[in-house]
Write a protein that binds this ligand. Sequence first.
Ligand SMILES: [Zn+2]
Ligand SMILES: [Zn+2]
Length: 356
Amino acid sequence: MQLYNNLSAKERAELIDQAGKERLTISFYKYAKIGNPELFRNHMFLAWDKLDVLGRIYVAFEGINAQLSVPADNFNAFKEHLDTISFLENVRLNIAVEHDNYAFLKLKVKVREKIVADGLNDDTFDVRDKGVHVDAEKFNELIEDPNTVLVDMRNHYESEIGHFKNAITPDVDTFRESLDLIEEDLRAHKEDKKLVMYCTGGIRCEKASAYYKHKGFKQVYQLEGGIINYVRQIEEKGLENKFLGKNFVFDQRRSERISDHVIAQCHQCGEPADMHTNCANEACHLLFIQCDSCKEKMENCCSTTCMEINRLPHEEQKALRKGQGNSNDIFKKGRADHLPYKKDLRNIFDTLSKTQ
Ligand SMILES: [Zn+2]
Ligand SMILES: [Zn+2]
């Protein structure tokens, strides 16, 4: 039984080239009770490997969270297979706006403790008591309501390049931080304000909305299917697009453009830019926003130090890394003191508390 990839990313990219076929980038999630995640994981891997599915999929006792790409030709077979699994029958598939054949180069199905690392203790509240799901049309209406507080449930590096008009974008690195920060800030408005939230594909709001209801918020709404599904509905129904900029995604594409607004700036020179990059120095890999001219000047690096290291022969770089343990910057997404133009989102929160 072949349960693992036997191709490297490079070999896979070559194969995709040769096949010359269009691939669809899809995400979906479902909370469900999975008795044996390991067994389920193997079952999914075998079925999807046959269909040439690639992607990153998390399986847990609480359900499944999948980001993947599938050859357009195999889409029907893929869908049929999903429908054979009772809790995935007719699951909502979020299909990306922009496709990239190289979005994923491996099939990774992993068993995890939870399908989203939300830091919540699910036993302390009723996760099934969710907020009201709204579609794009209702969402557009709600966010114009003066009684609405619109909250972006994503992290700072995601909302920095794109968010809904008038949204609060907490300056947080983790989902858990965001939950607390919002609760604290809106404490006085648990009953009178409508708390409307959104995230990339809807999964983070599933738990967040239940958590806020548990914390006493009376009017909680969530954008069904998140930004990805919103954009699709906007196009299909010809609705007004209220999203500014780009939607951050967790694959090689990094983001998809939703509107022409460039709301972020290059972290190195301050010019308008909204392209994320990872520092080319293997030992750094910091995620930050870099404009084209800085990219060229800095050779894809976040600092001159990284640039110098990156110029060394590979063996020397390796020797340098030895004994240094893991570089901390790898986990410091978009934050580093030497980047002068990283936007301080904390101010947005301050403004909100002052106006209310
Ligand atoms: Zn720049
Ligand atoms: Zn760097």
